[in-house]
Structures are given as structure tokens and as C-alpha cells.
Design a binder for this molecule. Sequence first.
Ligand code: KG4
Ligand code: ZN
Length: 350
Amino acid sequence: MKLIAIETSCDETAVAVLECSGSINDATFKVLGNALYSQAHLHAEHGGVFPTLAKREHIKNLPELFKQVEAIAAGAELIAVTAGPGLEPALWAGIDFARELGEKLHIPVVGANHMEGHIVSALVTGDETSFTLGNQQFPMLALLMSGGHTEFQLMNKWHLYEKIGGTKDDAIGEAFDKVARLLGLPYPGGPKLAAAAASSRASGKKHEIVFPRPLQHEASCDFSFSGLKTAVLYKLNELNTVAPLTESMREHVAEAFEDAARDITVIKTRRALIETGAQTLAVGGGVSANLEIRDALTKLIFDEFPSTQLYYPHKSLTGDNAVMIGMAAYLRHANNTEPLPLTARGRASL
Ligand code: KG4
Ligand code: ZN
């Protein structure tokens, strides 16, 4: 089945064309076309994503991106579009475009869940142009870490979700972005903060900055990141009163923050794996690109849960994209699971 997928939940406008085949246990996805435009640089001056600007940009970009894949999209049987979660004005831009396109091409349009897209992105293996899904072992645990979400979703079978923990305040990506901003790094600061932390580690220079691991002793799979961000703010103020912050000091702060974010992720993932006995761990969302956290989770699985299969997304699928939306929609279709209704639901849960 050929399908067109559209993603506009945040600040990436994306249109993909996929050729999908197989069942829920052995699906294959050929990426026939993948047009993506990141608006991040436009939002940088606001220090975060500005919803009405995102909407306007999506409306402007969608026809141009579709034009890039139009020839290859001929003969498509289905359109999938992100219905939530995300910024509602941005979601509507994608839904309205998808609906009009569906009418023009006389094919059905279905809604897809953005977070399910991040889960599927982790589970498939491939090389950017084609992906396959193996026969997954249940129970399956998904650790979702993005700019808007940080949560554990337990699946005892496909499309049946139970949230067993999540952040009580900021998402982990949001914490990376806010701390990056405190350090003077432009939005989206997550990857830039990670680079600063890596530079501190590579320098081999010692420092004594340690930040808290929030909720580490709480018997839950919940997270909290706002206190960690505040601890960084206080530390920066304290350092600044002694002397203006040097570049190497800034990098040490980045390292200490990333250490804390990494450790709390490992602590909570260990707890979630013990509680659920999960046979599969899928790590998805933008922050799954963070190498410090990836390596620590890989070590956790290797040392303590050797029978659990660990999955990360291919680097082309870590951030927001339309390929994951198409894959998620196809798997619902292949499994006879209801798609999402064509209504923007900013806070849609799984
Ligand atoms: O999933 P995503 O692309 O968009 C949302 O659905 O939110 O996630 C974006 C988030 C941003 O907060 C970004 O700073 C963060 O992922 N991020 C990272 C890294 N790459 C992206 N955070 C830490 N380290 C990274 N390497
Ligand atoms: Zn996302």
C-alpha cells in the first residue's frame, strides 16, 4: 500500500510517501519520498516554538513540500496526518491540508498519534530509505523523551497503552532547551548543550559541580525536571558573582546537567523494567539522539537486563518527521486498529 504522510505538530513541516507491506509482525516500509522543512531557526528568536508562527509557516510550506513528492505519490491509497499531541494551530494546518488533498485525490484521510510515531520509529530497523519491523516481544516498554513529553508507556499488545510514569512538570527536552538558554545557547539548545558537555568531558579538566537527581528515591517511574533547571540557574548566579563565567565553566555546567539528566533516566528506566518485566525497550523522541543517555541505557540493558531487546531510532527518525507518522498509521491499518479522528487534539494521550 502506498501512503502519503504529513506531520505538522510542532516546528517541522514534513511530507513523506511510503510503500508499506506486510503484517504487524513483519512490516516493511520503503521511503519513496521524504520532504522536510525545519522552522527551528525562525523560532530561535522567541526562545521556543511560537504556535501562530508555526501554523503560518506550515500553511506556506506544505504545498511546496508536497510538490517535491507529488510525482512519486501518484497512486497513493491513503493519507495519514498527525492529529495530536502537539500545538493545536500547527496540527490544524496539517489536518486541513490533508483533508483537501484527500478530496482532490479521492482517497481516505486518517489521523495518527505523534507519540506512537516516535515509538514505531524506535522499533523499526533500516537505513533511511527502507525500514522493517521485527516480531516484537511483549511486554514492551516505551521510554518517550521529547520536547513536550517524558513518559513510560507499557504495551502488553499492539496499540494497548498503559502510562506507568511520566514527568510531573517539564519534559526532558524542554529542560535541555531551558538550561541551554541559561547557558546562552540558541533554541533548540538540546544538541548544543550536549556538544558543550562532550567538550567538557574531552578536556579532562576536573570540576566539582553536581546537580540533584530529582525523585531518585521516590518509589515511582515519575520524573521531575523543573527543580533541576532551577538548580542550574542558582549555580550560574552563584558562579557569576565570583567572576564572569568562562567558556570552560559553561561547559562544566552543561556536563553536570547532562550527567544528572542521564542518571535519573537510567534510575527510572531500571525501576520501570523491574516493575514491568518488559522484554522490549523502545526509546524514542528527540532526546533519544543524546549519546550520553543512549550509551548509559545501552550499558544498563547489557549489564542488568540482558534478555531485554533495546531499540533506538535510526538518526533520520529521532526528530520529528512524517515517515514515522506513515509507519504508525500503516501499523494500525495492518492490525485493524481504529485510526485517530481527524480533529486536532493538542493533549492527545496514547
Ligand atoms: O521529538 P522532538 O523532535 O520534538 C517533539 O516532539 O518535541 O524532540 C525535540 C527535543 C528538543 O527539546 C531538543 O532540544 C531535544 O529533543 N534534542 C536533544 C538532542 N537532540 C534533540 N536533547 C538532548 N540531546 C540531544 N542530542
Ligand atoms: Zn516529537
